[in-house]
Design a protein around this ligand. Structure first.
Ligand SMILES: [Zn+2]
Length: 65
């Protein structure tokens, strides 16, 4: 019920990203890649946001944006 939503992760949730529960480790991973992504001169979503894309299906409201 209160587990991290990252695929195959069994850690307890510590934070949320876009309403998706994540453990501290995966939250940090996604935070870091997001910072890199927004600094990247040539943004390539699928290269820079690998971890985010794994939880993206859980973020229902992001699909329509
Ligand atoms: Zn996790």
């Amino acid at each position: 019920m209160h587990k991290c939503e990252y695929p195959e992760c069994t850690e307890n949730r510590k934070k949320t990203w876009g309403l998706v529960p994540l453990c501290a480790f995966h939250y940090q991973l996604i935070l870091e890649e997001t910072l890199i992504y927004y600094k990247a001169p040539n943004k390539k979503l699928y290269e820079y946001r690998l971890h985010y894309l794994k939880i993206a299906p859980q973020i229902s409201w992001s699909r329509d944006n």
